[in-house]
Design a binder for this molecule. Structure first.
Ligand code: ATP
Length: 449
């Protein structure tokens, strides 16, 4: 057990092998404590429990494992209840799926599920669920590399369970579905397959890829709820090598299927993603140092994905997948203003501070990052920094209340006056608070005459 497992050697054990000490070594100390709590609970209830899925895959690949997913051959919800009570943690129950989330006092989360079988009544819809054995549970999973388990308790701690050849595929670097109907049962697996392929530098196994193409051709993605699609799209955009996954999904026809035939993949995608990543690092450091609002890197990448697509289509796609109001605002403002903003920021003489302020005011952080990325110029970056660090924190010397006291009613005129006074303050035409108030009073008096 260690806090920061370094890059460890991948391991390809035989099914049935004892992985107890490997498990202890490759879990972070928090995940190790969680596993021990599950072992204790399993012993006290006499119910078999297993760590399964992604964490086992990652452990074997030599990656750090920070949390565990547990499957029990018994009632997962009452197991989770006992686990939470025994460890003085909390439990959230998802009765419909026979799963529960246990949060231990230190904040470690453990997903506990009843070993189950799933029947797909309709493609793309959520399945009907029945209790089953571990092997049946592993069979319902998306890919063989995600269908391996390690026993935790009550006995045989560390026994490796690989019923469906997951380790063989892990070693060969293959993403393989568990059965031919897999993509039709759950089309989100199309995006998941590409995501894992990209993340680990694996290949989708030939037959699996043919099934994936068939599924895309028969438009199964249209059966999936937009919310689930959204989650998968965001997950793709969060991957480190997102651009490869994005291109691969385009080749497979997924984006045209989801976004419509007028969607265009931007040219020079890799280069653009790289510039965006650099701009994301620039902003994150700035935000951390100066306490600015954080940005969502996936949203910057989403903007990139839409950069060669007309505004109307982009807006339709963004609202269809509920990518959020901010996303929509960022996209619209960006498409409408980007060229103007860019030209402005890139000209040698960028005019007054107030012009810079008005140009950047209200832009979402993601839009600013995107602007830096597509501009690729140092001076664009410096101007945005000037806006964020120097201009935006400035407080106006005259506010709406002051104008009201001077006798000006609320309304559009007040807004214009405040802007005019603030611009003069930014540009140094008005130099003190006192001067600002004198000027304000003068303007208000002139208007009321
Ligand atoms: P990540 O590292 O991206 O979190 P993960 O494999 O842990 O990868 P999760 O989405 O957390 O991914 O899913 C946990 C496990 O649940 C998977 O390893 C897989 O066994 C199973 N699973 C998840 N989604 C599906 C799906 N759509 N169909 C079948 N099994 C799935």
């Amino acid at each position: 057990m260690s806090d920061i497992p370094s890059a460890l050697e991948p391991l390809y054990p035989e099914p049935g092998a004892d992985l107890g000490s490997i498990l202890d070594e490759r879990l972070t100390s928090a995940a190790f404590d969680a596993a021990q709590a599950v072992v204790r609970c399993s012993r006290s209830l006499g119910i078999p429990s297993y760590a399964v899925g992604g964490p086992i895959r990652d452990m074997l690949l030599g990656r750090s494992v920070t949390d565990i997913d547990v499957v029990v051959e018994g009632d997962g919800i009452s197991f989770a209840g006992e686990l939470a009570a025994g460890e003085k943690g909390k439990m959230v129950e998802y009765a419909r799926f026979g799963t529960a989330l246990v949060v231990l006092p230190g904040g470690v989360k453990i997903d506990v599920a009843t070993a189950r079988e799933e029947r797909y009544v309709k493609p793309g819809a959520l399945p009907a669920v029945e209790p089953g054995s571990l092997d049946r549970d592993l069979l319902r999973r998306d890919f063989s590399i995600n269908a391996m388990a390690v026993r935790l308790g009550p006995d045989e701690y560390g026994r490796f369970v690989d019923t469906y050849g997951g380790i063989r595929d892990l070693e060969a670097g293959l993403i393989r579905v568990m059965h031919d109907g897999s993509f039709t049962d759950d089309p989100t697996r199309i995006l998941r397959a590409v995501r894992f392929e990209t993340r680990y530098g694996f290949s989708i196994e030939d037959r699996t890829y043919r099934l994936l193409e068939d599924a895309v051709r028969s438009a199964v993605l249209a059966e999936v709820s937009r919310q689930r699609l959204r989650e998968e799209i965001v997950a793709v955009l969060k991957e480190e090598e997102a651009h490869s996954a994005v291109s691969r999904l385009y080749e497979a026809g997924v984006w045209k299927d989801l976004f419509g035939s007028d969607y265009r993949l931007p040219k020079k995608l890799e280069e653009r993603f790289q510039s965006a990543d650099e701009a994301i690092v620039w902003y994150s450091e700035l935000a951390e140092e100066h306490g600015l609002t954080g940005a969502r890197p996936w949203l910057v990448r989403w903007l990139l994905l839409m950069s060669d697509t007309p505004l109307g289509t982009t807006e339709r796609i963004t609202s269809k997948f509920h990518l959020g109001k901010t996303a929509l605002k960022s996209i619209s403002e960006l498409k409408e203003r980007l060229e103007k903003v860019r030209r402005f920021l890139e000209t040698g003489d960028f005019g007054s501070k107030s012009t810079l302020y008005r140009m950047m005011e209200g832009l979402a952080p993601e839009t600013m990052i995107y602007t830096v990325a597509v501009s690729g110029r140092e001076d664009t970056l410096h101007r945005i920094e000037q806006f964020l660090l120097e201009l935006r924190p400035i407080e106006a010397w005259v506010n709406g209340n002051d104008l009201k006291v001077m006798g000006l009613p609320e309304g559009p005129l007040m807004g214009r006056l405040l802007a005019q006074l603030f611009d003069a303050q930014l540009d140094g035409i008005i130099r003190t608070r006192e001067e600002a108030h004198i000027e304000a009073r003068k303007i208000v008096n002139n208007r009321s005459r």
